[in-house]
Design a protein around this ligand. Structure first.
Ligand code: NI
Length: 176
């Protein structure tokens, strides 16, 4: 039986764990399921629409996503997700990241992706994602490869965001 989900501290830039490739989960255990529950609770509390394990200081290929509307949650838990196919059509959406507080940028990505992953019971699942969900899935899988959304924008914008976020984090009165 799993314990009550607990909130985990969210790792922020420039922590090096955010730049490491995470390791595949070899065996899905109650520990994995507990991690997924804790990550989901942490994501909802933030609040955010996606969270990858490196963002809670665990370098494993585990993500949670919920791009549902407020009154219709659609929690998806993915273990070892792989992108099988991307569309030629691309889309631009505004992205943010819990590890890069209070900063957003327009990011261009494939508009549709097909993803294969293991669910919390170890069953293989696949998902064709479009719209916000497609962007969110790619953003979270990027985290498992040490990639952040700011890597997809111009160097000028990236440097500007990093300067702002570092400045804000240095201020003792700044919000979390
Ligand atoms: Ni993120």
């Amino acid at each position: 039986m799993l314990a009550t989900a607990k909130l985990m501290p969210i790792i922020k830039v420039p922590d090096p764990i955010l730049r490491q490739a995470a390791i595949p989960v070899a065996e899905i255990t109650d520990g994995t399921r507990q991690l997924l529950d804790d990550m989901a609770a942490t994501m909802y509390d933030a609040p955010g629409i996606g969270l990858a394990a490196p963002q809670v200081n665990i370098s494993q290929r585990v993500i949670v996503i919920d791009c549902g509307k407020d009154d219709e949650p659609e929690l998806i838990k993915m273990i070892n997700p792989e992108i099988l196919r991307i569309s030629d059509t691309r889309t631009i959406l505004e992205e943010g990241c819990l590890s890069i507080p209070d900063q957003t940028a327009d990011v261009e990505r494939p508009a549709e992706v097909e993803v294969q992953y293991l669910d919390e019971n170890g069953a293989s699942q696949s998902l064709v994602a479009t719209g916000l969900l497609a962007t969110c899935v790619q953003h979270e899988i990027d985290h498992l490869n040490g990639v952040l959304f700011i890597d997809h924008i111009s160097r000028l914008k990236r440097d500007m965001i990093m300067r702002k976020v570092m400045k804000e984090m240095r201020q003792p009165t700044s919000r979390k």
